[in-house]
Design a protein around this ligand. Sequence first.
Ligand code: HEC
Ligand code: HEC
Ligand code: HEC
Length: 422
Amino acid sequence: MNTTWKAFVTAAVLALPAITHAADDALVKRGEYLAKAGDCIACHSAPHGKPFAGGLQMTTPMGAIYSTNITPDPDTGIGRYSEDDFRHAMREGVAKDGHNLYPAMPYPSYAKVNDDDMHALYAYFMNGVAPVKQANRESDIKWPLNMRWPLKLWNLVFLDNGVYQNKPDKDVAWNRGAYLIQGLGHCGSCHTPRGIAFEEKALDESSNAYLTGGVLENWFASNLTGEHNTGLGRWSDADVAQFLKTGASRHASAFGAMTSVINNSTQAMTDADVAAMARYLKSLPAAGGSGGPAYAYDAKATKVSLTRPANDAGARVYTAYCMHCHGVDGRAFAPMLAPLAGNPNVLEKDATSLINVTLNGTEDLVIGGIPAPYPMPKYASVLNDQQIADVLTFVRAGWNNGAPAVGAADVAKLRKATQAAR
Ligand code: HEC
Ligand code: HEC
Ligand code: HEC
């Protein structure tokens, strides 16, 4: 070998680790992006806890369970997971030692994630996340319900495992949106109603129960189909994209369980991915909803009761506590402040979210590191059950909203449930 050749080989060998390292960095970065699309951090971190170290309490119909440590710590985390082990957990809900995971881990959705993306996610969790030594916490579910073997039967019946397949009759953006929404985004785990076995009634648009809305942890996750009143029928693609990026649009603002989705996940996604998700959602035909007449704004009747609020218990509470933010016209200053007139959540038959947000306000929406300037206040210690029922009944009837009244007993029930969780 001549010296120039030797020098070349030496230089190439010296450069090698740097080159493979650069490739790994790109892979780890892509995995980090996908972990955001999957919002892993929301469930796998406890309030004020270390990222991905687990310990978040989640309520299920059988009792509380705790998310697990998915940092690469070899003893308490997933440091000893091979890529195959990781894929099994993500797609089949089986941990490395063979025990079945509760479907609070959204593996029925993650089953759709393709091999390339699984590879990048694994690279990120092994190389991009700091290991944390923190032991997992046992669930509070009592014997015999804590036995995990019945989950194998559950999986046989409800797990539709198969990676997402592109639909050749749809365009690239639609398929990308469907892949993200059904897969990593696991939007259906909140937005699709659940059946008696806690299973999501549908995992894609082939069933018309898909994304028609459902209650989870005391919030009603809205109907995302094309339904005109309670769904996204009146939203443009751009309205949906704006909501996912900023947590607000001219129709509604994010609150409750959706706040953390926006804070940790959708705002970090590229404009192209957000547009693709909007495109897919806007292609879903109207489903769910009451089938009532299409909403049309009308301020008249409401203005009259607001000028003479003494005659209406709900109007009295509204003028004293709500009007300076939500407005006489119910349109507030959207998207800065949420409108109540025509708002799909206000029109929704199930009032769970409205009661909860009035009692407890909401976790701060944080966009680009900046918290929302005028968040919805908490009224739990200011207004009693009857006052909250009155004001929500007023809001649901106002501005032609035409939604059913709210009863004080429903407020009492939610007050009890949400105070207990605090
Ligand atoms: C909606 C909440 C939720 C989200 C989102 C979520 N997980 Fe989980 N995950 C859980 C829960 C709860 C468990 C534990 C279940 C159990 O103990 O049966 C779990 C368990 C796991 C396990 C098994 C670890 C072990 O040994 O117990 C892995 C791996 C995992 N999750 C990875 C992920 C990744 C990667 C993401 C993001 C792409 C993610 N999870 C998103 C709730 C969630
Ligand atoms: C942890 C539960 C949860 C998950 C996961 C979730 N959402 Fe939501 N979402 C909610 C709740 C609760 C609401 C109602 C409150 C609100 O309007 O912000 C909501 C509201 C929305 C709205 C506003 C609808 C309206 O009429 O006001 C859109 C759009 C939306 N979600 C899209 C998505 C998409 C897309 C995903 C997946 C990337 C997703 N959500 C995942 C809980 C969730
Ligand atoms: C300081 C201003 C402020 C006041 C006062 C206020 N709100 Fe809100 N409200 C908000 C904001 C902002 C949101 C959007 C969620 C967020 O970002 O906190 C909201 C959201 C809501 C929602 C959910 C709407 C949606 O987007 O789907 C309802 C319902 C609601 N408020 C009712 C009330 C009622 C009833 C009162 C009076 C008892 C009231 N608000 C007082 C600011 C306010």
